[in-house]
Write a protein that binds this ligand. Structure first.
Ligand code: FAS
Ligand code: PHB
Length: 390
């Protein structure tokens, strides 16, 4: 087989890239390790920046997102029974975020690919990337018991943190920066009314809690938990009781509990692999970087990577110019590092660090006190939360 771009990974990054390239007349083939059903069963991000929404619309996959997504003009931070609202719209000159689940977005991208008869192989194995430093790379993979080879011009590594493409950047070329947090998040999806109209991030002496949602009848909550915890250790009762104890009373008395539809534990880490390109390989999304979800940046960074990469590839095929391709990694990393810094700041401010001594706790309290009084500090948070310009 032959194509212009082989895309490894059929999550949001890979699907969005293949759709944008297709609409610009650039051929691609997506290789996905799991089944379509498995990819669509994952419950992940929920907050979309305007840049992400614009990109999804330009991919002609935004109709349901615009119909069902909920515009949020602010969010709240709760601590010591106080609540500070961050007025995103007022502090950023009108910018907002959209609440729309990654699962729904992935479904929309799949349907958009189906409409264009996009080429995709599911349940592939033994994907291997070859000859990246020449001008004719090729990818081999196993599908339905048969080995296949695809000759191409470029390879996009969109295969997430546990994928293989990052390893194709030689160890002596690759620099990995990692910070593993001493805790995880236990997340619960429930068919319950959200506790508030907007998202609430809560810092308490018992640990962090997050009240989010997917619709007016579907809630998504998270609790900071020990890094070693498993979903099985958290019964629904234990989860709801602990969440209640980590929220201000004015919030917890509004909490509607109910059976969990999905429960998962996500370890918190910050990870960035540089450079995000090597020869004919370009990394995008979680394949290149992970941010702690406290800043709601993971999926949005995948989108900005795809914005830079799709424009660079389209520019090459339309005009022959390599400029976008040559500057991809540098451009993408600038935005990744900024989002990683913001996500680290939010994580530091809102979580109890295991072994954190009283100095740290008092430092975090004073930061939140300052935040409650300082429009300047609230503006810093607001402009990063809505997303810095691409
Ligand atoms: P993905 O990991 O989504 O997709 C990569 C795809 O590549 C997968 O489908 C995988 O099966 C496939 N793949 C892997 N190896 C392969 C191989 N060798 N060959 C072929 N295919 C291969 N972000 C937020 O903003 N907020 C959140 O609350 C949030 N929660 C998260 C919870 C969890 C458990 C995880 C893991 C991530 C979460 N994230 C969150 C981040 C998440 O949303 C990612 O940023 C987003 O999925 C990135 O999309 P992709 O880059 O496409 O990577
Ligand atoms: C979510 O709704 O899943 C969500 C919202 C905000 C975050 C992380 C996750 O910071």
């Amino acid at each position: 087989m032959k194509t212009q771009v082989v895309i490894i990974g059929g999550g949001p990054s890979g699907l969005l890239l293949s759709q944008l390239l297709h609409l610009a007349g650039v051929d691609s083939i997506v290789l996905e390790r799991k089944s379509r059903a498995y990819v669509l069963s994952r419950i992940r991000a929920g907050v979309l920046e305007q840049g992400t929404c614009d990109l999804v619309r330009s991919a002609k996959a935004g109709a349901r997102m615009d119909r069902d997504g909920k515009v949020h003009s602010g969010f709240a931070m709760a601590y010591n029974d106080q609540i500070v609202r961050i007025d995103l719209e007022g502090l950023t000159g009108g910018k907002t975020v959209l609440i729309y689940g990654q699962t729904e977005l992935t479904q929309d991208l799949y349907e958009a690919r189906d409409k264009l008869n996009g080429m995709m192989f599911h349940e592939v194995d033994d994907v291997e990337i070859n000859r990246l430093t020449g001008d004719s790379p090729f990818v081999t993979f196993l599908h339905n018991g048969e080995m296949h080879r695809i000759d191409c011009d470029y390879v996009a590594g969109c295969d997430g943190f546990h994928g293989i493409s990052r390893q194709a950047v030689p160890a002596n070329v690759r620099t990995e920066y990692e910070k593993v947090y001493p805790f995880s998040w236990i997340g619960v999806l429930s068919k319950t009314r959200p506790v508030d109209e907007e998202i609430i991030y809560s810092r308490s002496s018992r640990g962090f809690a997050l009240c989010s949602m997917r619709s007016e009848t579907l809630s998504r909550h998270y609790l900071q938990c020990p890094a070693t915890d498993t979903p099985e250790e958290w019964s629904d009762d234990r989860f709801w009781n602990e969440l209640t104890r980590r929220l201000p009373r004015s919030v917890s008395e509004q909490l509607e509990t109910g059976p969990s539809l999905q429960k998962s534990v996500t370890p918190l880490r910050a990870f960035i692999s540089e450079p995000m390109q090597y020869g004919r390989l370009f990394l995008a999304g979680d394949a290149a970087h992970i941010v702690p979800p406290t800043g709601a940046k993971g999926l949005n960074l995948a989108a900005s990577d795809i914005y830079y990469l799709s424009n660079a590839l389209i520019e090459f095929y339309k005009s022959g110019s390599n400029t976008g391709l040559e500057t991809y990694s540098q451009k993408a990393l600038a935005r990744v590092w900024n989002a990683s810094r913001f996500s680290g700041f939010m994580t530091r401010m809102l979580h109890n660090f295991v072994g954190g001594d009283s100095f740290d706790v008092r430092w975090e309290d004073s930061l939140l006190e300052y935040l409650s009084r300082s429009k300047a500090q609230q503006t810093v948070i607001a402009e990063n939360y809505v997303g810095m310009p691409y």
